[in-house]
Design a protein around this ligand. Structure first.
Ligand code: NAG
Length: 170
């Protein structure tokens, strides 16, 4: 082999090694994220949840309400609950609505976040805030992040503030 040919073979080998290394790292990162997301809370005893959702105000020109299905999952320090659709016989999540739902779910301990997803996605939605009463405790959690949902991708809303449940129509 000529020097040029050797150099070319070397280049190809190095390039292939770099491609291999980057793809391996990327897939490791992906599977780690996937694992973290997938840890579901287990255990037989469930706890009651009351959640009230404020849809942002709007008007006919700037509709902030949605007809998509709204699904939530609560996260604690070590696990998350299975996903729950917030559903009632009424037309929920119209602009300016304050809609409340009750259900039972797995125990996550202290609630740190709520993952919200529109599924199936029909149209966009501007979430204004949420109030959560978890396991019948007197202190409620208020999530004040305003989030535009413009697709079916789930988003985790965090940093709740402790509030007096009596100050909210739960
Ligand atoms: C919560 O609000 C109610 C009604 O306003 C009040 O009676 C109660 O003392 C408050 N609780 C706390 C812990 O502040």
């Amino acid at each position: 082999m000529t020097v040029k040919a050797k150099a070319a073979v070397m280049m190809v080998a190095v390039t292939m090694m770099m491609i291999f290394m980057t793809t391996t790292n990327a897939s490791e990162g992906r599977s780690l994220r996937h694992r973290q997301k997938r840890i579901m809370c287990s255990g037989g005893k469930t706890v009651p949840v009351r959640i009230c959702v404020q849809t942002a105000d709007g008007n006919w020109l700037h509709d902030r309400g949605t007809d998509s299905g709204v699904h939530v999952s609560l996260s604690g320090a070590s696990c998350r609950t299975s996903s729950q659709e917030l559903e009632s016989p009424a037309d929920d999540f119209e602009q300016g609505d304050y809609d409340c739902f009750s259900y039972n779910t797995q125990n996550v301990g202290t609630v740190l976040g709520i993952t919200v997803q529109l599924l199936p996605y029909h149209d966009r939605w501007l979430l204004d805030s949420m109030v959560l009463r978890y396991n019948n405790v007197r202190t409620c959690l208020r999530f004040t992040q305003r989030v535009w949902f413009t697709d079916h991708i789930s988003r985790k809303i965090t940093d709740p503030k402790n509030v007096n449940c009596s100050d909210y129509r739960l």
